[in-house]
Design a protein around this ligand. Structure first.
Ligand code: KG4
Ligand code: ZN
Length: 376
């Protein structure tokens, strides 16, 4: 018997008192399901289905397709997780699901699935904030950070610096005034002729490039606050691509011509990728270090999809070390969307579990609206 299945047997033996939380993530383009054991603090089993191939031909997420795909895979993944861990719905203590923020239709699929199962099993439901899932995922790593800490949240839709004093105790320190860092990666990647989602592909292309080859702006770098701006970066890349491909800007007042992309064999492609990545990383690192100095805290965690970026990890680790601070990351597999981070928050918020099966998703929902959970 493996250690994994022994643990599962122990959870089953404890029956109704078990701390097994089933988590369901469906806010965007990943269907994620996981079982987290609140009594051991460990992920028992997880399953993930990525929709990347489904959306790639469209260059971005198509919400209607995302919802339909969550319908197709949700129940299948839940089945997988229950089979892997050898438990039934009876052994589950509560069902957690992503209530928001995210795509309304996609969220509704996960919420409906969670509510139906919880109702059928007679178990309570826990609505979870997707970004709290990301924010607390470094607690699943070893070593884990102690509260209080600064968190840099960098995903496709968010770029925020938060002060985190405990679960649910979040103070916004800085935010993007326009595009998110992940969006800047993805939009720049598109201009470089890369497929969706461009972030990881741009990072790969940048590996052999010269980060100083192109002067890409770092807006708000010296603004004195902790805010970010990435929209100008996309314009700078678009202008470089026009210059490199010899495409003229449309005359004032003229109908705009379509934006060219850099051909795959262009000699400057990896230099431009490296320069864009360096500009995004510089902005993120400089404001993160400023947040540490401003709060006097010595720990910073990085969470969200862009947290998988190696350049960002290396630069932030080096910068933090210079000021005597430590950086904590979730395991790379937990940087992008997954069910484990939702089940984990569900376990931390078990006291909020309710036998209330009303479907109520929150596509827009600020992290700072959350409160500390009551204790069990
Ligand atoms: O957290 P996430 O999986 O989904 C959202 O909640 O948005 O983040 C997705 C974002 C995308 O913009 C993707 O391009 C970016 O994270 N990303 C990366 C890397 N891996 C994912 N960006 C840069 N470098 C990476 N290695
Ligand atoms: Zn996410």
């Amino acid at each position: 018997m493996t250690e994994h299945s022994r643990k599962t047997a122990a959870s089953r033996a404890s029956g109704r008192k078990s701390g097994l939380v089933l988590g369901i993530e469906s806010s965007c383009d990943e269907t994620g399901v996981a079982l987290f054991d609140a009594s051991t603090g460990k992920v028992v089993a997880e399953a993930l289905h990525s929709q990347i191939a489904l959306h790639a031909p469209y260059g971005g997420v198509v919400p209607e397709l995302a919802s339909r795909d969550h319908i197709k895979y949700g129940l299948r993944l839940i089945d997988q997780v229950l089979v892997i861990s050898g438990i039934t719905g009876n052994d589950v203590r509560a069902v957690a699901y992503t209530q928001g923020p995210g795509l309304a239709g996609a969220l509704l699929v996960g919420a409906q699935l969670a509510a139906s199962l919880a109702f059928a099993w007679g178990k309570p439901l826990i609505p979870v904030h997707h970004m709290e899932g990301h924010l607390l995922s470094p607690l699943l790593a070893d070593p884990e950070p102690n509260f209080p800490f600064v968190a840099l949240l960098v995903s496709g839709g968010h770029t925020q610096l938060m002060r985190v004093d405990g679960v649910g105790e979040y103070t916004l320190l800085g935010d993007t005034i326009d595009d998110a860092a992940g969006e800047a990666f993805d939009k720049s990647a598109k201009l470089l002729g890369l497929a969706y989602p461009g972030g990881p592909l741009l990072a790969k292309l940048a590996e052999g490039g010269n980060p100083k080859a192109f002067a890409i702006p770092r807006p708000l770098l010296h603004s004195g606050d902790l805010n970010f701006s990435f929209a100008g970066l996309k314009t700078a890349v678009a202008n470089e691509v026009r210059r490199l491909t010899g495409t003229a800007l449309p005359a004032r007042g003229a109908a705009s011509t379509s934006q060219p992309t850099l051909p795959a064999d262009h000699p400057s492609r990896s230099d431009l990728a490296a320069s864009v990545q360096a500009a995004i990383v510089d902005s993120l690192v400089s404001k993160s270090l400023a947040a540490l100095k401003q709060t006097g805290l010595k720990h910073i965690v990085v969470a969200g999809g862009v947290g998988a970026n190696t350049r960002l990890r290396d630069a932030l680790t080096a910068g933090a070390a210079r000021i005597g601070a430590n950086v904590f990351y979730p395991p790379v597999a937990l940087c992008t969307d997954n069910g484990a981070m939702i089940a984990h928050v569900g376990a931390l918020r078990l006291a909020e579990a309710k036998n209330d099966y009303a479907i109520n998703v929150r596509p827009r929902w600020a992290l700072s609206e959350l409160h500390a959970p009551a204790s069990l």
